[in-house]
Design a protein around this ligand. Sequence first.
Ligand code: G6Q
Length: 543
Amino acid sequence: MSTTLLTERDEWKALANHYEKIKNVRLQQLFAEDEKRGERLSAHAVGLYFDYSKNLITDETLRLLLNLANACKLRERIDAMFRGDKINVTEHRAVLHVALRAPRDTSIVVDGENVVPAVQEVLDRMASFSDRVRSGEWKGFTGKSIRNILNIGIGGSDLGPVMAYEALRHYSQRDLVFRFVSNVDGTDFVEATHDLSPDETLFIVSSKTFTTLETMTNAHSARDWALKSLQNEKAIARHFVAVSTNKAEVTKFGIDSANMFEFWDWVGGRYSMDSAIGLSTMIAIGPENFRAMLAGFHQMDEHFRNTPFDRNLPVLLGLLTVWYGDFFKAQTVAVLPYDQYLKRFPAYLQQLTMESNGKHVTLDGARVDYETGSIFWGEPGTNGQHSFYQLIHQGTKLVPCDFIGFCQSLNPLGSHHDLLMSNVFAQTEALAFGKSPEALKAEGTEEWLIPHRTFDGNRPSNTILAERLTPEMLGRLIALYEHSVFTQGVIWNIDSFDQWGVELGKVLAKKIIPELEAAKEPELEHDNSTNALIRFYRRSKRK
Ligand code: G6Q
């Protein structure tokens, strides 16, 4: 572990000096000076075409960013992750989501044990269970086949499955209904079940710890809902399965451990959608497609591990995020998938990036004096164009964007796809090059309107193109961002794999629950704002 403060590194100072020199650089000029820039500043690997030429960078910027990556020992840190070192230092854990998609014959040793056979065994069990549900062979308590699958989970045990189900819906078995319940707000559960029949419904209770308040509350409500109609405790075994690391709690809940699909403490929640947490995904798309998705993840893992940094997609993507966040002080990154199936991808990335890199102390516990994790957000194109793109084009903030598009549609329909993709290219072009007052004048725009209609341009973006959204391609895309997040975390010298920031609120909520439920007015010892809010709630809920 390095103890040199990031901002004291020569490589950092060199970037800071360089930034001062090029901060006013114009993309227009960079492209004019280099007619091959678009091709030169792009990389093609594992089926992805990554164009990063429309960024506020020169060759020198890249050279300096790569120097920084080397100084921060990115290569060694990648090796340490793949080797199974306990790089999640605050939780004393290895970080081995890469083992979840490693081929059968790989060996990855954690605490003296090769974990790959256990991973494969769980995948095989998931496959045989999925096949039984998909074929109708798995019967509910009354002898009917399962038609509805409800995943109950939250955070990492929800966002990945939701995103993957939506992303791969094209490949899903259409006579099965999939729903996802996460919020402790009873509305989520009630709306998800209101038109379902318990005798045809399978609940997958997905929780690494099996103690999460939201998930356990929803799981108990699901149990009550099922038993109210099925009237027999034995029904639980046919209608509930669990995905967890906590066998004791699963059994306590009443789920047979034969119906439990295991994963391990070296899989972080937000890195778990390719573990047994992906059971709903596998039931939806089938074991073969799920394996194809894992193969896609693995291809990107290998690319990340073995490709020189100057052609390494996750490294380049990660370094660009550092460049904008730390030097241009951009606060956010917009992720704009031009594919309706990826509508939940930005939400998924929000957790992946912000829970991983929203940290303010280094691995050594020192407070950082630089910016860390950016705010990730986005919506699918072209919808975003008719809402928030205005600010990206003409607002006062710099918002670097990732555009993601596919060359082939899964639903060819007239000229829809060309229209969709024309917008990807048009938007990145407009952002980069804008529209000048001179051009507006030449078009005859009235003088007073010219400032309003001028686009300064020089707004940076990446474009990621792939042939087609397949399970394999989805795996590659997710791994691209996972490893970009890792790259950023290494530069910032933070623990990208813990999430202590979610703890305090949970602890306080536990204290407040009895205060809301108490029949007698409780003695409140919070600050006077919180006390007043609780009193208002108690008064109003009784009305
Ligand atoms: C993810 C976080 C968090 C977690 C949820 C659910 O990295 O750890 O989002 O996934 O809190 O936790 P359980 O799976 O233990 O219910």
